[in-house]
Ligand binder design. Structure first.
Ligand code: NIG
Ligand code: FE
Length: 402
């Protein structure tokens, strides 16, 4: 009888476990997997018995890096159509918010998403999903928010679930019905918020198909008061919340989501020190989205120093969406987080593993390599974790364990 299903030896293990060691590193590490769980973790020298007899499969990593599976904790990767035309308009001087106010932006993707059948939406979203997971992403959060009515929001969430199921990838779904005001409610945002609170949230909660509720609290989205109503409805239905907060202006969104003990406040470029303190108190994660920052040519940096000072956990994500973050590469985003936000490679790797798990409320299962957690791992063809953030355009995934 073998003790483990798989034994990995001679790996440079970035456990990402919290503690004093950089990256929670174990040099020449060994890891035993049984029934999909981490059942042994230590150094290769620490294994006493003859190694060949211990596991069905023995992998000699030859010094290569082993990390937790990467987690992309904020994506809009299920959507119909394409907005390359708006990308071009923006480069010809038209501003993102102006495009939105003229019925483009999110609403142009809403039209294409509503028109797409379930299968069309699945087929259009599939390459983006596959690109993400080919880079070692083993958990993906996917939001609705381009349907803006019950049926279309449900269709998006069902496509998201199917992507996960078909690929053996953990997908966490988020209801983002409060992403924009749909054309049928033009000039009646409060009427649409009523529909979200009395119809969409209750029905989605009843179907148990969303793990969380999100909103876009912004001048071109929903006000503080409207967001509060959405959060109250989420609370009534037992759903945790997160928020697109303070992306283009400071509406106290991060403080609001903290008030509801939300999982995360995302974007947060314009977040005030007061809101940072509220997040720290509530344990709300700051999800930074450097790709959207870069595409919008934003100049206002998130209050990173304040997050560090007040121990607000920082996560990093692609924001994969057709408007502000046309990218399905988490590795590229990680590089941007280093260069544009001056985060260290260790902060960034923490941001796509341990802290991204926190932002999704799944930190007990994934996000670090620890005894008893899921054997959700990536073996890379590199020796040092900083290399993940450093070089662009090479995918060094050697093997994914899920
Ligand atoms: O995270 N800020 C709102 N939502 C997306 C953009 C959506 C879009 O432009 O389609 C974001 O940046
Ligand atoms: Fe987003």
């Amino acid at each position: 009888m073998f003790k483990w299903d798989t034994l990995i030896i001679n790996a440079t293990i970035a456990t990402m476990e919290e503690g004093s060691l950089a990256y929670g590193m174990i040099e020449k590490g060994a890891l035993g997997i049984l029934n999909g769980r981490i059942e042994w973790l230590g150094t290769t020298a620490g294994i006493k018995n003859s190694i060949e007899t211990l596991a069905k499969e023995l992998i000699d990593a030859e010094g290569c890096l082993l990390t937790p599976g990467l987690i992309d904790c904020h994506t809009h990767l299920v959507f119909g159509g394409n907005r390359a035309d708006e990308f071009e308009q923006r480069l010809n001087g038209v501003d993102y918010q102006e495009i939105a106010r003229n019925g483009g932006g999110i609403l142009s993707t809403v039209r294409a998403t509503r028109e797409a059948s379930f299968d069309e939406l699945y087929q259009q979203s599939l390459p983006r999903f596959q690109a993400l997971i080919s880079e070692g992403v083993t958990t993906v959060e996917i939001k609705s928010g381009y349907g803006l009515d019950f049926e279309s929001e449900l269709k998006m969430l069902q496509v998201a679930k199917k992507l996960g199921d078909e690929h053996g990838i953990q997908v966490k779904t988020t209801l983002l019905a409060a992403h924009a005001v749909p054309p049928e409610y033009k000039d009646n945002a409060d009427g649409y918020v009523d529909v979200i609170c009395t119809e969409i949230i209750p029905k989605i909660a009843g179907l148990n198909i969303a793990d969380c509720v999100d909103a876009f609290c912004e001048g071109i989205g929903f006000s503080y008061e409207q967001t509060k109503r959405v959060f109250d409805a989420a609370a009534r239905w037992g759903l945790p919340v997160k928020l697109h907060a303070d992306q283009l202006s400071d509406l106290n969104g991060a403080a609001l989501v903290a008030e509801y003990a939300g999982l995360s406040a995302d974007h947060v470029e314009y977040t005030s020190l007061k809101s940072v303190k509220a997040m720290a108190k509530a344990g709300t994660v700051a999800v930074l989205l450097p790709y959207a920052f870069y595409v919008l040519k934003e100049t206002k940096l998130p209050p990173i120093e304040a997050f560090r000072k007040h121990n607000v956990p920082i996560a990093i994500s692609t924001d994969c969406n057709p408007g502000t973050a046309p990218s399905s590469s988490l590795l590229t985003t990680m590089n941007k987080a280093c260069v544009a936000f001056s985060l260290t490679p260790e902060e960034v790797l923490t941001g796509v593993t341990r802290n991204a798990a926190l932002a999704l409320g799944i930190e007990d299962e994934v996000g670090s390599i620890e005894f008893g957690k899921k054997a959700d791992l990536v073996l890379w063809n590199i020796k040092h974790p900083a290399d993940l953030c450093y070089w662009q355009g090479l995918n060094r995934v050697q093997r994914i364990f899920k």
